[in-house]
Design a protein. Structure first.
Length: 551
């Protein structure tokens, strides 16, 4: 069991050795793990970005995975750091077979009853799991993906430390809040926990296998559920050459250009037809077997795209193909990108300049999509506009499969492969089942509202007639109403006073049949005079206020 203090001390030692101790002291001032850490001298690499990469690799699987995911966030991190994060290696020394064997025993207590043979030397070893080749009792060859012992406790401890560091970063470094560090760590925690449950990966593989059941040339290994568990995944063993091995593909008697086109179309199908795509298509996860099938491996990372978002993403790519900046911004907003109105015009100008360099009709060997995607993210970062993680994953997948297409066929072009597919997809989406369903729901909602209109109108008129109408006034309007009411009350009061004086004076004169006592004979005259002055004041005030409002 890994304690937080022991793990924090280890992290402090590694970061201190690579020159990041000051930042750690700012985040966790006075933490006991910092006092226990003893810096160890080590050669300092040339750049800060390289030191970040080396520190993450030394800290182990949690930090390596976090760095690999952040390598896709070109909208948040500078280009030099992204370049180093892409070099992160997830290969470690394998543990002895005797240490991972208990995971097999949990599913199959008597190993010989399930497997005729297990190769104790792993064919691959990563920070979370290692893969062993085996043979079932019926002779079928399978691959056993076995989780490394103790890895769950280590990752959970690291996630708690990362969460606290993200919370502190938002308080200590206010400029970091725009990147939402706590949200980044929360999303990462969700993803890596899903990867730790191998049954999730098995379900992803099974779903993609069903999606490609009727597609020739694409192969997804079958999952053997009866032998699998959250920490052990047993799948069909696949052999072949890496998809970027041109010489190996030719030795199999296959055409690399055809393989590249087929693989590109397979990923377009995942995105625009299935709405569920493989999220890590690097050449090591794509093999070509002797029959010419493209074998897709490692389903730990997958993305989803709802039908409504599929149509918006088609518009996004069509905007790139047609160099239409207005359509590009509209599509970005449709994909969940919040663009402030104040920045819209300047952003459109920057995107227009960026797209002038997009040679879509020429060979993609002259135009590399990867720098364009990086520049697009850099523009967004300059305006502090965060792109949704799913959109970044989509762009990453497109960049990777286009890069493979160029390796297999130097004349591979976007106009040749992407444009016809997008046009076909756009037409299909117009009358797709999802579109028809949305249109039907909208039409039914509108019809229901039309039927309810007489009832609501009758209810409104009834409330008008009974005086039960409720008015919601905002504070500014209420204050203005109160001032106007006070002014009107003052004028009414003056009017009442003037009227009272006139009436009172008249009554005094009418009731006086005899001369008034000395000193009171001027009382009616004073009353009339005061009433006239009050009347003049009210008239002047009303006329002055009216003229001021007209101006």
């Amino acid at each position: 069991m890994v304690t937080q203090l022991a793990r924090f001390t280890r992290i402090a030692e590694v970061l201190g050795r690579h020159g990041f101790g000051i930042a750690l002291h700012k985040l966790f001032p006075g933490h006991p793990g910092l006092r226990l850490a003893v810096p160890v001298p080590a050669p300092v690499p040339a750049t800060q970005e390289e030191r970040v990469r080396l520190a993450l690799e030394e800290l182990g699987p949690t930090f390596v995975k976090f760095g690999q995911i952040m390598a896709t966030r070109t909208d948040l991190l500078p280009v030099p750091l992204i370049a180093e994060l892409k070099k992160l290696q997830d290969q470690v020394k394998p543990v002895p077979f005797s240490e991972v064997c208990p995971e097999i025993a949990k599913v199959c207590p008597v190993t010989e009853n399930c497997f005729a043979e297990i190769d104790e030397s792993p064919v691959a070893s990563a920070s979370i799991a290692q893969v062993h080749r085996a043979v079932l009792r019926d002779g079928k060859q399978v691959a056993l993906k076995i989780q490394r012992p103790g890895i769950v406790d280590l990752i959970e401890t690291d996630l708690q430390i990362l969460r606290k560091a993200a919370e502190q970063a938002g308080q200590v470094f206010p400029e970091a809040r725009v990147y939402n560090p706590t949200g980044m760590v929360r999303d990462f925690s969700h993803q890596i926990r899903r990867e730790l449950d191998f049954l999730n990966e098995g379900r992803t593989a099974e779903r993609m296998r069903q999606n490609f059941a009727g597609t020739a040339g694409i192969r997804i290994p079958a999952i053997y559920w009866e032998y699998s568990s959250p920490r052990l995944l047993v799948m069909e063993y696949a052999e072949g050459v890496r998809i970027d091995d041109l010489e190996g593909i030719r030795q199999l008697g296959l055409d690399p250009k055809a393989i590249g086109s087929r693989g590109f179309r397979a990923y377009l199908k995942m995105i625009f037809e299935d709405g569920f795509f493989h999220g890590d298509p690097h050449p090591g996860n794509l093999l070509v077997d002797r029959d010419g099938n493209i074998v897709i491996l490692d389903f730990g990372i997958a993305g989803a795209l709802r039908p409504d978002k599929q149509q918006v993403f088609v518009g996004f790519l069509l905007a790139l193909v047609n160099a239409d900046t207005e359509m590009l911004i509209t599509s970005l907003e449709g994909l969940g990108v919040a663009i402030p109105k104040s920045d819209r015009d300047r952003l459109q100008d920057d995107l227009f300049l960026l797209m002038q360099d997009l040679d879509l009709e020429g060979s993609i060997s002259r135009f590399n999509f990867a720098p364009f995607a990086t520049e697009l993210a850099e523009v967004m970062r300059r305006y502090r506009i965060a792109l949704p993680a799913n959109l970044m994953l989509l762009l990453k997948v497109l960049v990777m499969i286009l890069d493979i297409g160029v390796r297999l066929d130097p004349e591979f072009t976007i106009a040749q492969e992407l444009s016809p597919y997008l046009a076909e997809t756009a037409k299909r989406n117009v009358v797709s089942p999802a579109t028809v369903k949305r249109a039907s729901v909208t039409l039914l909602d509108a019809f229901d509202a039309l039927l309810d209109l007489p009832r609501y109108l009758n209810l409104m008129l009834r409330r008008f007639s009974t005086g039960m109408i409720r008015l919601d006034l905002i504070e500014n309007d209420l204050r203005a109403f109160q001032v106007a009411l006070d002014d009107a009350s003052d004028k009414i009061l003056l009017g009442l006073m003037a009227g009272s004086l006139v009436i009172g004076s008249s009554l005094v004169l009418r009731a006086s049949h005899q001369p008034l006592p000395p000193g009171l004979e001027w009382t009616p005259v004073l009353g009339y005079g005061a009433a006239i002055l009050a009347g003049f004041y009210v008239v002047y005030h009303v006329m002055f206020l009216t003229l001021r409002q007209e101006r």
